[in-house]
Design a protein. Sequence first.
Length: 368
Amino acid sequence: MGIINYVEIGKDNDGIKGELLEAIEKILVSGKFILGEETKKFEENIARLIKTKYAVGVNSGTDALFLSMKALGIGKGDEVIVPANSFISSATTVALTGATPVFIDVRENYLIDEGKIGSLITEKTKAIMPVDFTGKPCNMSKILEMAKKKGLFLIEDCAQAVLAKWGNKPVGSFGVGCFSLHPIKNLGACGDGGIITTNDGELYDQLIQLRNIGLKNRNEADILGYNSRLDTLQAAILNVKLKYLAGATEKRRRNALTYYNLLKEKKIREVKYVPHDEKNEFSVYSLFTIQAEKRDKLMVYLKDKGIETAIYYPIPIHKQKCFEYLKAQSLPNAELQAKMILSLPIHAHVSEKNIQFICDEISNFYKN
Ligand SMILES: *Cc1c(COP(=O)(O)O)cnc(C)c1O
């Protein structure tokens, strides 16, 4: 069967190499590498796609989160509620503003357990940060209702979820949307990149200055800013890649359904969770993450059969050394999941045959 790689970014790019090189060449000879037309065009494309008034390109998903919180005035003395099983920068960005991340446990499907938000809210709470982990949309109806009731900002970490929808609304359009364009994400640049979506004109103006050293025009700065612009070359590349995103997303969704049906059919007792869309959810399956017993052994067994898998993430954030100072309470679901999660190859180059083979091998592992 050959090796089934976990990611195939190079193959993706190879398929559209001509178009990508043409876009890069245009920037090279224009000599305009900072902001400019292509960045603006990409921002407009994203705003249209996510159905927000504005989008601001920045240099990473991490900066999208950090700058959003800075623009909202979040800082020392404030608390932000963050799920414990995300990429670490969901929480480090909170801490770097001077605020305190308050970790919340997750449901079986990896998403913030909205039922637990209420008990974590204090007079210091300023925002909730739902993470659309694995490309699955959080329950935005409930989270938004809670945020409105308590007067909290909603910072959506949709780093893994470009095009995901809750109901008919794209994630990133409920609060402030923070997307990553890191190569491994479902809309990936050829380097770092990020983008923020919002309907708030004032916030937009703040973000435009914050990402560009605080400058409101060529020579004047009213606020202290950062250098965090989306690179023009990356924007040009992303404008090309954007054309293929809907197709690639459909392929991922089809692959996910194939996995789901096959794994359900096999009724493997040791496989405790298999992702699928539930009511109101339109997932984009950046990751296809099952929960399985003897995960580490299964991973080695699959590797032996030529199937590469990955773990996102083996250490829950509240267990990271950098957050030891918070003395966070234990979060049973996030901690249990860290031991059981395994992400299977789901990219566009995985064939139905590959999926059949992978599911057969998972089944064989538990029979032995
Ligand atoms: C990737 C990711 C980030 C950070 O994005 P970068 O572009 O790598 O800085 C933040 N949150 C989540 C959930 C992510 O998956």
